[in-house]
Design a binder for this molecule. Structure first.
Ligand code: FAD
Ligand code: SF4
Ligand code: SF4
Length: 465
């Protein structure tokens, strides 16, 4: 029976004043009864507009109607046909702008909680040992084509998975010591438990994919050397991990971090655990500059690392913030202080060159700029200082230039993003393909996964498989 409630079934969350002291997951997931009730809100629309909003075309009405009948294993199987990482996407996709943004139930109430249900089905399958990951391949023949994948983020993982399923010998080269890309080094444990990512990586290993971590392509080996080694194709999914800075005075002081460095220390290198050896400043007052998901993650991590005051400093207003509404809401609940229409102009240090304060000035919004958002302008004479011990800059990232600098024939654009041909995945170098943030600049998990799959399809076509 259809559930015609206008509002979605709420999902339990850890209490804000408890969760902001630990790194356990914030959103606790649905029970079976809750999942059935929420899935029953789907009207099974003929034209399924929700699917248009999903970059990998998950068969949403089909999986929801199975979930509404309590057939969770079957629902999971449907999702897995198009989405290799549903437990991840169900947690981190910006659903409000994608599948849920198109759901007709959203016209007169709240859209069906598609992401939560996707997460539920994937968690249910894992808990019931039905997590199939990528289907295991039979032992590959000696002459199976070898493909190299550079980078093990969502683009690399989805490309590797599809290639392995279709009979390629895949080696994933990863610069860091653990596979997963931003899923392990950027997005914190309290939003995306790392056990979920490692289960996906294990499933790929079982499917025959080889992971070679601590291997920087462009340093350990060049792309040309990989080609000479006999890799029939190479996929570059190296992301956009090079942090940008504002270029203001004081950025060289001790206690100034890029969000990437801070998050890597806290998440990948587990600085939050008592037994970890990772050095990271446990500051009492922290300023995080930026208004995106990365800024929210850094601020919420800083709070959990023991900071008493954590400020988000953002030069536009809340309306213009690129972060997901849910993340802003969670950050506020956890006691993060928002200084909106505020722009930093200098960071000040003490006699030991450690951060002691930041100067900010008030802003007002003028006419729209090239991005369509209203341009912030400084209010004359409005500058003031905030006492802080650490500053974390989350003002954007770009692709690292290493690969284009060490690979003749691999072209990039002004922003350092790899140039691809009309097919969207072939680079300017023969036999080399690319996708994800390395091509688009910082984007989303699901777009990176879609690009990884599209590249795998192109590689398979080229190999006649
Ligand atoms: P990445 O995930 O960046 O992976 C690239 C991998 O390549 C890395 O592991 C890197 O170490 C490796 N690598 C780089 N160069 C080399 C080399 N030369 N040799 C070998 N390996 C190399 N998106 C969402 O959809 N929802 C969110 O909530 C969200 N939150 C985010 C929070 C943070 C803190 C950050 C930083 C990003 C967030 N994003 C989010 C964006 C999303 O994570 C990225 O768009 C996505 O991970 C891009 O995937 P990718 O595979 O292209 O690159
Ligand atoms: Fe929605 Fe993302 Fe799942 Fe697609 S993959 S249905 S956009 S949550
Ligand atoms: Fe169900 Fe919403 Fe998709 Fe309609 S648009 S099929 S109600 S999820």
């Amino acid at each position: 029976m259809k559930n015609m409630q206008k509002t979605r079934v709420p999902m339990k969350e850890a209490a804000p004043n408890v969760r902001n002291t630990n790194f356990e997951e914030v959103a606790l997931g649905y029970t079976e009864e809750e999942a059935i009730a929420e899935a029953s809100r789907c009207l099974d629309c003929k034209n399924h507009p929700c699917m248009e909003g999903c970059p990998v075309s998950v068969r949403i009405p089909e999986f929801l109607s199975l979930a509404a009948e309590g057939k969770f294993a079957e629902a999971y199987a449907v999702i897995k046909t198009t989405n290799a990482l549903p437990a991840v996407c169900g947690r981190v996709c910006p659903q409000e702008n994608q599948c849920e943004g198109k759901c007709v139930r959203g016209l007169k109430g709240e859209p069906v909680a598609i992401g939560r249900l996707e997460r539920f089905c994937a968690d249910w399958a894992r808990a019931h040992s039905q997590h199939t990951g990528s289907p295991k391949t039979e032992k590959l023949p000696e002459n199976a084509p070898r493909v190299a994948v550079v980078g093990s983020g969502p683009a690399g993982l989805s490309c590797a998975g599809m290639l392995a399923q279709n009979g390629c010998r895949v080696t994933v080269f990863e610069a860091l010591h653990a596979p997963g890309g931003v899923l392990v080094y950027g997005i914190p444990e309290f939003r995306l438990p790392k056990s979920i990512v490692s289960a996906e990586v294990e499933a790929l290993r079982e499917a025959g994919v080889e992971f070679r971590c601590d291997t920087v392509i462009g340093r350990s080996y060049t792309i040309d050397e990989l080609q000479e080694e006999g890799y029939a194709a190479i996929f570059i999914g190296s992301g956009a991990g090079l942090p940008q800075f504002m270029g203001i005075e004081g950025e060289g002081l001790c206690g100034v971090y890029s969000a990437n460095e801070y998050l890597t220390r806290v998440n990948l290198m587990k600085a939050y655990r008592k037994d970890a050896m990772t050095p990271v400043l446990r500051a009492r007052r922290v300023a995080v500059i930026g208004g995106g998901n990365v800024a929210m993650d850094a601020a919420r991590c800083a709070k959990r690392m023991g900071a008493e005051e954590v400020y988000i400093i953002y030069r536009r207003g809340e309306e213009e913030m690129p972060a997901r509404r849910e993340e802003v809401h969670h950050a506020k609940e956890e006691g993060i202080l928002f200084k909106l229409l505020t722009n930093p102009t200098a960071i000040h240090g003490d006699e030991n060159a450690c951060v002691k304060a930041i100067t900010v000035e008030k802003m007002e919004l003028g006419e729209p700029d090239a991005s369509g958002r209203r341009r912030p302008q400084a209010v004359p004479g409005s500058a003031y200082e905030i006492a802080v011990d650490a500053v974390i800059e989350a003002v954007g990232t770009r692709p690292n230039p290493l690969l284009r600098m060490t690979t003749p024939g691999l072209e990039s654009d002004r922003r350092g993003c790899l140039v691809v041909r009309e097919d969207g995945v072939s680079t300017t170098k023969e036999g080399v393909f690319a996708g994800g943030d390395a091509v688009t600049g910082a984007a989303t998990v699901i777009l990176a996964m879609g690009a990884g799959k599209a590249a795998a399809a192109k590689i398979l076509e080229g190999l006649g498989m």
